[in-house]
Write a protein that binds this ligand. Structure first.
Ligand code: ACO
Ligand code: LMR
Length: 608
């Protein structure tokens, strides 16, 4: 992770956005698009109640998919480089979300928007962050911005406001405020009276906020893009005094313009609580008047009133410009947001037919289809089903599976159905689907469940005996075990072929080795309770995916979505079509099942 400690954010910064606050996220995407960022600034969203896997946002005219996760740990695991957490949880949850992120690590800054986090918790949270060197912005803030690089959520308002306030590119001011509303106001004033800001942070209005003025200003002191600083403090607290000390002892050398709002408080006889939780003077030192006076004494440029602030900003800026410290901003070319943005109804992540030639996961069909490409159906499946190029041993295995299950004669459930349908005069596709519809837990469709249960036993270190007991409790025949005609005496050559392939080409086959131990037990009870072709395929696919580096979560998802049965479906389609064409070629008449093959056990009705 690259953390540039002199700059809060860069053009590469990516955030994890906690809470699917769609309008705020869309504003970030609009900003990203307009300033010409390559990657959107939000990598993914944590939405604890999400049932979807992604949400869509506009990036210019296009819609982009942003992954949704139900917890921060998963989001961080998938996007380790996203080192900013934008914590938009409510005040009830924000503390836990921040503490979890601090525990997980890998975040350089965390912004917390919630107002009213209990002060005891806020102090603990801020202390933990400080001990881990994580910059916390907030709580109770709209956030921060590094113009032209990264903007948090709603800072700066609409894109029109942003451009008007010159927040689309870096200026030369480092701005710190407490309030978000005044942050926007100040950005605007600075854009009119100077060249805009280089970095700005609204530290938040709560009494205990994470990073305080001084921490942000010391970073800005080191940031070469920042040429002078504007501090907008307020009545209450003593944070401004740390800045005063830093100016006095030379830690801050850049010119500082400062003003504390709330000078009106002196005209009230009792203490006044302004809008923010922290905005109340508990001692003389905490009044705005006293802070403004001490700032001025320390050499900070303090206007006579808030109304004079623009004038001072303009003076300091003009001086710095005239003396060559600030140079003219070169206005970047901005992208314009399209007038109309059309929401798309469908998403496709596997193939694209819009160019000259359609592609499979990015590969033109011609790069795979013809013999000289050296690619086979295993490559096509790995691209279209898994969006990856598998190594040769894996694509060869997929092809071996497809060829192995292509047909098993006319008597099996599916082929029989397809034949009967074809003989009823139905089309190829109609006859085919009747065959396919027989694929299920007993016939050809036990592959996913075989993978699921054997994987469960293996992952939980169940001994073969324990596994059998476990399956007995489930109350179903062990998927992948047993065959109508194949047995120890009449072994299934297909299974032998697949095992042989695996022993030659797989790096290792731990799940198959486990299943073979179980088969020893089942066949000792009954000799047809062999590891069947479904079981062998399911188990070896898990071994293959593990060897290819898939995570357990990804493998479980393949299994639960029915991916493994799909290998049988794809392969057996070839055979079923063969049987249907056979019927058509032979012009077989309609089939009627013979009476003598049916037990008729129908009650005789009583006389009416
Ligand atoms: N696990 C444990 N015991 C089993 C299993 C099994 N998978 N399959 C059968 N048995 C037992 C039965 O409980 C029964 O025991 P019993 O004689 O003590 O009552 C005995 O074996 C015979 O049961 P049947 O249902 O008559 O077995 P049949 O030979 O007809 O079943 C079948 C074959 C349907 C494949 C069965 O073994 C099964 O359901 N297996 C699991 C599903 C499966 O893997 N299907 C894919 C098969 S391969 C393919 O279709 C391409
Ligand atoms: C098949 O592949 O169809 C068979 O294993 C099923 C069967 O009954 O032979």
């Amino acid at each position: 992770m690259s953390i540039n400690i002199n700059v809060l954010y860069t053009r590469d910064t990516q955030a994890i956005f906690w809470n699917n606050n769609q309008s705020a996220i869309q504003r970030m995407f609009d900003y990203d698009y307009v300033i010409g960022r390559e990657k959107p600034s939000v990598a993914c969203i944590v939405s604890p109640t999400a049932t979807d896997k992604f949400d869509k946002f506009f990036f210019g005219a296009d819609e982009v998919m942003v992954p949704l996760f139900r917890n921060t740990a998963e989001a961080k695991r998938k996007f380790p480089k996203a080192d900013v957490l934008l914590n938009f949880a409510s005040f009830r949850t924000a503390y836990d979300v921040t503490m979890e992120a601090l525990e997980l690590g890998g975040f350089s800054s965390i912004m917390i928007t919630a107002e009213g986090i209990p002060e005891r918790l806020a102090r603990k949270m801020n202390a933990t962050a400080r001990s881990k060197n994580v910059t916390v912005i907030g709580p109770a803030t709209v956030g921060a911005i590094v113009p032209g690089a990264f903007k948090i959520a709603n800072v700066g308002g609409t894109i029109e406001n942003i451009i008007n306030s010159k927040l689309h590119r870096a200026g030369s001011c480092g701005l710190v405020t407490r309030s978000g509303g005044l942050f926007n106001e100040l950005s605007n004033i600075i854009s009119i009276n100077a060249d805009g800001i280089a970095e700005g942070v609204a530290i938040g209005g709560d009494r205990f906020v994470g990073s305080v003025f001084i921490e942000n200003m010391l970073r800005m002191e080191q940031n070469p893009q920042v040429k002078y600083l504007v501090l907008l403090g307020e009545v209450g607290g003593t944070e401004e005094y740390k800045v005063i000390d830093a100016v006095k002892n030379g830690l801050i050398k850049k010119p500082v313009i400062g003003w504390c709002i709330g000078t009106i408080a002196q005209h009230f006889s009792t203490g006044v609580q302004f809008g923010h939780a922290g905005a109340s003077a508990n001692a003389d030192r905490e009044t705005a008047v006293s802070k403004n006076k001490t700032m001025a004494e320390a050499g900070i440029y303090v206007p006579t009133s808030f109304n004079d602030l623009p004038k001072i900003i303009n003076e300091i800026y003009t001086n710095l410009k005239n003396s060559g410290v600030i140079s003219e901003v070169i206005e970047p070319k901005l992208r314009e947001l399209p007038k109309s943005q059309k929401k798309k109804n469908f998403v496709c992540t596997i193939s694209d037919d819009r160019g000259d030639e359609a592609t499979y996961a990015g590969f033109p069909i011609s790069s795979l289809a013809t013999p000289e490409t050296g690619k086979g159906i295993g490559d096509v499946i790995s691209l279209l089903w898994f969006k990856k190029r598998y190594p040769k041993w894996a694509t060869d295995f997929i092809e071996t599976v497809i060829k192995t299950v292509a047909d098993h004669g006319p008597a099996v459930s599916g082929a029989h159905n397809a034949k009967v349908t074809a003989r009823a005069g139905k089309s190829v596709v109609e006859s085919l689907v009747t065959g396919l519809l027989t694929i299920g837990p007993r016939f050809g469709g036990a592959i996913d469940d075989a993978a699921k249960y054997f994987k469960y036993g293996f992952d939980n270190n169940l001994s073969p005996k324990e596994f059998l007991e476990y399956m007995k409790k489930q109350g179903i025949p062990i998927p992948g075990i047993g065959h109508r005609i194949k047995s120890l005496k009449n072994p299934d050559k297909r299974v032998e072929g697949l095992k042989k392939f695996a022993s030659q080409y797989f790096p290792q086959t731990p799940l198959l080795d486990y299943a073979i131990q179980i088969e020893l037990l089942t066949t000792s009870k009954k000799e047809n309770l062999i590891l069947n072709v479904d079981g062998t395929i399911g188990i070896l696919m898990v071994d293959m995916w593990r060897a290819l580096g898939y995570s357990e979560e990804e493998i479980n998802e393949f299994i639960s979505s029915g991916t493994l049965n799909a290998f049988f479906i794809a392969g057996r389609t070839i055979g079923f079509i063969g049987h249907v064409l056979d019927e058509k070629r032979l012009q077989m008449p309609m089939y009627r099942h013979p009476f003598d093959d049916i037990i008729y056990d129908v009650q005789v009705a009583d006389e009416i």
